[in-house]
Design a protein. Sequence first.
Length: 375
Amino acid sequence: MNIDTLNEIKSMVESQGTAWKADFDSLKAQVREIELKAGRAPLYGMLGGSTSSTSSEMKAFYTYMRSGQEPERKSMISGSDPQGGYLIPTEIDTELTKYQRMRSPMRQLARVVQVGGAEFKEPHSTLGTTYSWVGEVSARPETTAPSFKMVTIPTCEIYAAPQISQNLLDDNDFDLGNWITTELGDAFGDGEADAFINGSGVSRPRGLFTYDVVATTDPTRDHDKFQYVPTGGSGDWAGSNPSDALIALVHAVKPQYRANASWLLSGEVIEAVRKFKAAATGDYIWQPSTQAGQPNMLLGFPVFEDENLPAIASNSLSAAFGDFSRSYTITDRSTTLLRDPFTAKPYVVFYGTKRLGGGGGRDTRAVKFLKFASS
């Protein structure tokens, strides 16, 4: 092969590379435009970019974080919080929320709403409007009006105070944004994950597993109570055909809720369920995921594991099934950060606070619990 041929091949490869780069840059621009219109944070990871923003808001925020220099109002777009500290920029808040979703299964299952006040209130119909069939010229008396229940979710506050050395803050190569996301994400994620399941509702969200649970079915049960299905054994599974309780739990949930239903199980329950076999075929009823990022399946429904569920014991509620977005609401308000270089010298403390709430009872028909009891 002569030198002219080699140069021609090199020129073709370089031209193709230039064309690919132009197409890729165009794709990034189109995706960014869609994200801006949708109000979403940039998909940095998908397009190979960096999570370091060049916006004036982010620059001002990082300057404050590293040196303590107070940002100008025109730069710190989100401003300061009345209780001290600065609202973290949208880019970091979005990444923090994603991190918390990974730590808290309930954040993936429940309805999440943004709020701006001290509490979230929402009326919910407890019975629903009734209907009546009529002929073409028949009288049309009023149908029974629905009754309403006001669901109120107060805003609570969780805080964490991670520490870091000033030397690391002075290092421009140190990924400060990722450190903030990881430290606060771990702390807030663990705290809220437990509260969404077991929280008392006093200075923290009320957990879904703390509401009254009875054996009464939907038509006659009080609206503020959930229903349970027994396993058939006290503090254990039934001695024979233990998987029948799981089938009964699925069918205790009305079909309209099963369309978006999932399992929420403790690791202890999952360990037991993975050993269950169908009586007719002898096949395992557990369906392991064959694709990364996709959940395992049980009886045709996705499974989410939560280590905060109660351990198996007499009368414990260690599993639930249904459409959690209809029964549980999480409210998010704001996340703030205050720099404190004095309390723990030579370390700098970052006092982070997050305001959020959580509560169930919006529709108690949508989720059912598995109770480890004989009846």
